[in-house]
Ligand binder design. Structure first.
Ligand code: PNS
Length: 163
């Protein structure tokens, strides 16, 4: 039986921590779907379309990585895709409580779907999309923390906002 995993998130923007988890997942599972939540925030920095474009470009050479969007309940999407596993990254103990709640709620909603936690490489354990946006918008360097394409897109966003 081939295993399909779903790695859900907002990915606003994709960080090297996400890329690390996706690459590990792609080695472990037959196929991994990076599933971007549409309407996660009222005003995400990147539209769902932009986030999908970025992830597809970053993983263009990895044929078992697919990029998709979803809305509504995650477990419904996972079931629709006939996937067996939800992948989530755990960076630190501080992530644990919320992730534990989500995993158990998702299990209550559908106990055929298993959540698997993966740890990113230690150099990415402090990165979050929220921090990347904050640091970049205040003029800080995010080089090496996000894919180069994300850096370029961040620069374009800032230029578009403050021409
Ligand atoms: O990148 P994030 O913001 O940590 O991802 C959170 C996400 C998208 C995984 C979570 O908010 C989610 O699954 N939302 C879909 C709605 C849902 O199923 N909610 C109940 C989760 S227990």
């Amino acid at each position: 039986m081939s295993t399909l995993a779903v790695y859900p998130g907002s990915f606003d923007p994709l960080t090297n921590g996400h890329v690390d988890i996706i690459s590990r997942g792609a080695r472990l599972f037959d196929r991994i779907v990076v599933a971007m939540l549409v309407n996660a925030e009222k005003a995400p920095l990147f539209t769902a379309h932009e986030r999908v474009d970025i992830a597809r470009a970053v993983f263009k050479d990895q044929p078992n990585v697919e990029v998709d969007t979803f809305d509504g309940l995650l477990v419904d999407y996972v079931q629709r895709r006939k996937a067996q596993v939800i992948v989530r990254g755990l960076r630190a103990i501080s992530d644990f409580e919320f992730e534990f709640q989500m995993a158990l709620m998702n299990r209550r909603l559908n106990d055929k779907i298993e959540t698997i936690f993966m740890m990113p490489a230690e150099q990415y354990t402090y990165i979050s999309s929220r921090l990347i946006k904050e640091v970049f918008s205040l003029g800080g360097r995010v080089h090496g923390l996000v894919p180069e394409l994300v850096e370029t897109r961040l620069r374009e966003k800032v230029m578009a906002r403050n021409p």
